[in-house]
Design a protein around this ligand. Structure first.
Ligand code: ADP
Ligand code: MG
Length: 395
């Protein structure tokens, strides 16, 4: 008889799981874990963090606070993250005492645009033209056909922050000064047919479950609307799934992973990866057999991954902080939006994150409309988006 290594037994309820980060992605993880009978401790420095509010224990501490990390690892059977900027050293430290998924190595690739682009290039994964900018000279030497371009700081950018659109070399130099010497990537500005993303989950045995690709429409660099499934051909959808799967495999990834793509002249380019559930996977709560958050719980606990099949088409609309201000302007009067407008819409589910204070551009909640087909879901969702008072063109 061949000797087979016995599989690691799964972590079962009522075990306690650890969550690094207290944002809405963490909050949905806490809800999913609670539904499944687990307890969750969240670590986040913000005393009002949305996940901290509903976690069984909220450690209000910095991500590099060793005493807090010791407490977390002593209490938890496994630790995961919802925040891609958790220091790799924190994940490495925790991993000495408790299983941590995804690994520090995988998170490190996703949290630095230089490491991310290098990873894509090294593995022959499709990506747009770019240059690494460490000094002014790198801007001067960058290929002329990169312009017009987007200059992005390598670390800590999100929701379009830490980015500047630059028409030419002079503007790029100016923007680089503005970023105060931070290492950057200079990306060719692509003319996008559309943007899509793929969310998947991978477990320790290497099995992968992939949600259908979705289409994402942004406004001011922030996700506005997600349409599920994406209206792209089956060939492109298969390629998106294939690239996302390869990324997860090459990273040795365990957990839920989001991969953003640009579609440009019918070709697919990886934009970036998120080592956590993704905003464009929120609809999986209401439209799929297993949500991206339940998949994260399952992957982290060593349970078999769930079925990602969608039982409805869905459209998700983000609710940003400007909705709390009269006229959508930060100097306008502050008031709670009239949620009854949304509660009256059939097949619409509203999710609010209980954030302490709304700021323009801050993700405060979202709603998902489910329907038999995408066109119907989009009609209802865009009408609801206008009715609640989201200003600007429907995407
Ligand atoms: P983040 O989501 O971390 O803020 P992204 O790199 O995804 O940063 O950029 C945000 C959005 O800006 C993208 O989803 C896309 O709409 C737009 N964008 C970013 N880079 C490019 C590019 N090279 N060409 C065209 N549009 C871009
Ligand atoms: Mg992005």
């Amino acid at each position: 008889m061949p000797v087979t290594s016995s599989p690691v037994p799964p972590i079962l309820p009522p075990a306690t799981l650890g969550m690094l980060g207290g944002g809405q992605l963490g909050r949905f993880f806490v809800s999913a874990a609670h539904e499944m009978g687990y307890k969750v401790w969240a670590l986040d420095p913000d005393p009002h963090s949305p996940a901290g509010l509903i976690a069984d224990r909220h450690l209000v501490a910095a991500f590099d606070d060793l005493a807090a990390l010791d407490e977390l690892s002593a209490a938890c059977a496994a630790v995961t993250t919802e925040f891609e900027n958790v220091p790799a050293a924190t994940l490495d430290y925790l991993a000495k005492f408790v299983p941590v998924h995804p690994s520090a190595k995988a998170v490190a690739v996703c949290q630095n645009r230089v490491a991310e682009k290098t990873f894509l290039a090294d593995h022959g994964l499709p990506h747009g033209p770019f240059a690494v900018i460490r000094a002014e000279d790198d801007v001067r030497r960058a290929a002329a056909d990169l312009f017009p371009a987007v200059l992005k700081i390598a670390r800590f950018g999100y929701d379009g922050k830490g980015q500047a659109r630059v028409a030419n070399r002079d503007e790029a130099l100016h923007a680089f000064h503005g970023f105060k010497g931070e290492v950057c990537v200079l990306e060719k500005m692509l003319s996008l047919d559309c943007e899509v993303s793929v969310v998947l989950a991978r477990d320790e045995s290497g099995s992968v479950q992939i949600f259908d690709p979705v289409e994402n429409r942004h406004r001011n660099g922030i996700l506005d609307v997600t349409i599920a499934p994406a209206h792209i051909g089956t060939m492109l959808a298969e390629r998106a799934r294939g690239s996302a799967r390869r990324i997860a495999e090459e990273l040795g990834y365990v957990g839920t992973l989001g991969v953003e793509f640009f579609v440009c002249d019918g070709e697919l380019y990886v934009n970036e990866m998120a080592p956590r559930p993704h905003n464009s996977g929120h609809h999986t709560i209401d439209a799929c057999v297993t949500s991206q958050y339940e998949q994260q719980v399952r992957a982290v606990c060593g349970l078999p991954l769930g079925e990602p099949r969608a039982h409805s088409a869905a459209v998700m609309v983000n609710l940003l902080g400007e909705l709390w201000y009269e006229g959508g302007r930060s100097d306008g009067a502050y008031h709670e939006p009239d949620w009854s407008v949304l509660h009256g819409v059939p097949n619409l589910r509203l999710h609010l994150y209980a954030k302490h204070h709304a700021r323009p551009g801050r993700k405060m909640g979202h709603f998902t409309v489910v329907a038999d087909d995408v066109a119907k879901a989009l009609d209802v969702a865009l009408a609801a988006r206008a009715a609640i008072g989201i200003s600007g063109d429907a995407p």
